[in-house]
Design a protein around this ligand. Structure first.
Ligand code: ADP
Ligand code: MG
Length: 601
């Protein structure tokens, strides 16, 4: 029998490879723009016709190619980016496989014009399905322009497989946004069928984000920065209340390369725990810089999946960086207080060490900034005398409590704190006026307290004078039994009292409720609602449910001491800015904003 194995002709081999690299117009766009970035371009223009199906053209002002290189660039495994196997481990460029141009050329009608800056004439190459039809000198700008016409013209099956223009355009947009985000220093333009869709000037990342997603994002970004010996994280996360119902505006880049990594996405989401309405997704654009030797990018040809050699360490850094970013924002109002002496007394006397550490972390940024040495100076303001430190009463945790003010401060308090429509608390702060949503704020306070109690099993219980029985249906009764431990950790005391019936003879201390039964039934009801809507651990669900049910409600009239205590307690929370389901708890009207209403020309 004769030998039958033959090497495939290049054009066929390239077509096969193209199947992996080029799935749709968007993948060609990605590869070509990456090449432009690798070529040190400062301006990249993408022109599309029919979502890239009839034309996609990338014009850059990068270093261009010599005649020989232009020709070489179309060969498979031809690359200027690595020379030896070890180079793979120090990779800093986007490309390296040397497959993209060969693959795209194999499945399209391609035209390339390219010129080195030092050359007078450039090179024109016309290629059709890997066949070089023309090659000649040409007058052209410095840099490279590649047009790809009729992608898959020679593979009807692939061409028919393309989706609608809208859908293909969306894919292109995704790639374009990722590349533009990861390179804010490069000017990008996107022109679809003669209309300029994006015209992004070079600038800072924050400007690029606003350029792509719109002005509204300006106010919603919290900067994220963490520098460790292993890696550096930079970027922005969206504040929790701006989270969207759809995923998608979440971008993670490793050494400037967009990646998908569920594990690290989980780290980000964990940092937002207890701050988001369920089913909503926070915005983020995060960059990890890490020595390429800790990363394997070579696991997938389209390179959006990567592997770290120590994923858990990376996870921990991401989690902490994002937590800090969200937390750092809680700082602003707290250090801004006009005369809030209680925060200082809490700082200097905080019985719990962790609180102290917490404050130290939270305040250290601003301290560093203003180069202050001690806490008191943060509040330096001749309007009030240095407070006499007062021991923090450990039961001074919820609302039903004595005012922690001393007589002298009362007078000033009076004029700066009042309730608005039984819904908000208005208070003067240094930068202007703060408005607190009483219900959202109290939910936050209670939630954090309950979480703490669940953790430490430290809840106080208040003996009921007239214990009440509650009868449930069988399913709810089973649920209550299942959660008995956690429910008791919150301060309830239960006893089984006949079929499907329990006796509640203790309720959490310091919670005001008209009846034990209402409170308990409400808790179980809310727990079930949460369960249907949320996917959070049982403990968190219970804490959320009880916080919701036991909180002060809109419409409740508060006395001054209660308002004062509410605000004090809000600002010792770990995340005072939002209710557990992500509603803002307060808002500050800046003096300049207020003044602007009166200074109209
Ligand atoms: P890779 O990017 O993996 O090296 P490609 O097939 O995408 O492989 O490109 C092959 C080579 O062509 C690159 O290594 C580079 O030297 C050159 N090249 C491609 N596009 C450009 C461009 N826009 N400007 C300058 N050189 C380019
Ligand atoms: Mg490339």
């Amino acid at each position: 029998m004769p030998d039958i194995i033959q090497l495939l002709p290049d054009s066929i081999a390239n077509q096969i490879a193209a199947g992996e690299v080029v799935q749709r117009p968007a993948s060609a766009v990605k590869e070509l723009i990456e090449n432009s970035i690798d070529a040190d371009s400062t301006q990249i223009k993408l022109i599309l016709k029919e979502a890239g199906k009839t034309l996609l053209q990338i014009i850059d002002n990068g270093k261009g190619m010599s005649e020989t290189d232009a020709r070489m660039s179309l060969e498979r495994h031809a690359t200027s980016k690595i020379r030896k196997a070890e180079d793979l481990f120090t990779l800093r460029t986007m490309g390296f496989r040397g497959e993209a141009l060969a693959s795209i050329a194999a499945v399209s009608q391609m035209e390339m014009k390219t010129r080195l800056s030092e050359d007078e004439l450039g090179t024109l190459l016309v290629v059709e399905g890997s066949d070089i039809k023309r090659q000649e000198p040409v007058v052209c700008d410095k840099g490279t322009s590649i047009s790809v016409k009729n992608l898959f013209y020679n593979i009807p099956a692939r061409r028919n497989f393309l989706k609608s223009n809208a859908s293909e355009y969306q894919h292109i947009l995704d790639e374009f946004q990722r590349l533009a985000l990861s390179h804010p220093e490069i000017a990008f333009q996107l022109i679809e069928t003669d209309s300029i869709e994006y015209d992004l000037a070079p600038g800072k990342l924050s400007q690029r984000i606003v350029g792509i997603f719109g002005k509204a994002y300006q106010e919603q970004l919290a900067p994220c920065l963490e520098d460790t010996p292993l890696m550096k994280i930079t970027g922005y996360v969206g504040k929790p209340h701006s989270a969207k119902k759809k995923r998608g505006e979440q971008f993670l880049f490793v050494n400037k390369r967009f990646v998908r990594n569920n594990y690290l996405n989980h780290a980000v989401m964990s940092a937002f725990e207890g701050l988001l309405a369920d089913g909503s997704f926070p915005f983020y654009v995060l960059f990890i810089e890490i020595d390429p030797k800790h990363v394997d990018v070579n696991v997938h040809p389209t390179k959006t999946e990567i592997k770290f050699d120590d994923e858990r360490a990376v996870y921990a850094v991401v989690l902490s960086a994002v937590r800090q970013a969200i937390g750092a924002h809680n700082l602003t109002p707290a250090i801004d207080f006009d005369e809030d002496v209680n925060i200082i007394s809490k700082l200097t006397n905080a019985s719990s060490q962790s609180k102290e550490i917490y404050f130290e972390e939270r305040f250290s940024t601003s301290l560093k900034r203003s180069n202050l040495e001690n806490w008191e100076k943060v509040f330096d303001d001749d309007k009030f005398v240095t407070p006499t430190p007062r021991p923090l009463n450990p039961s001074h945790q919820t609302l039903r409590f004595e005012s922690s003010l001393n007589q002298g401060e009362d007078i000033q308090e009076e004029k700066v704190c009042f309730q608005l429509h039984s819904k908000y608390i208005v208070k003067q702060v240094k930068s202007g006026m703060m408005i607190v949503d009483q219900q959202a704020a109290h939910e936050r306070i209670l939630f954090e307290k309950f979480i703490q109690q669940l953790k430490n099993r430290s809840a106080q219980s208040q003996q009921s004078l007239f214990p009440q029985t509650i009868t449930f249906n069988a399913a709810d009764f089973a649920l209550v039994m299942e959660m008995q431990q956690e429910i008791e950790a919150l301060g309830f005391r239960l006893e089984v009292f006949g079929k499907n019936t329990i006796l509640v003879n203790g309720v959490p201390g310091n919670i005001s409720s008209r009846s034990e039964r209402d409170l308990f039934e409400g808790l179980i009801e809310q727990f079930k609602i949460n369960q249907a809507e949320l996917s959070v651990p049982l403990g968190e669900n219970l804490a959320r449910a009880l916080a919701k049910r036991a909180s002060i409600k809109t419409g409740q009239v508060l006395i001054r001491e209660e308002m004062k205590a509410l605000i004090d307690q809000l600002f010792v929370c770990t995340s005072p800015n939002y209710s557990p389901d992500g509603r803002p708890t307060f808002f500050i009207f800046d003096m300049s904003k207020i003044e602007s209403y009166f200074n109209r020309p």
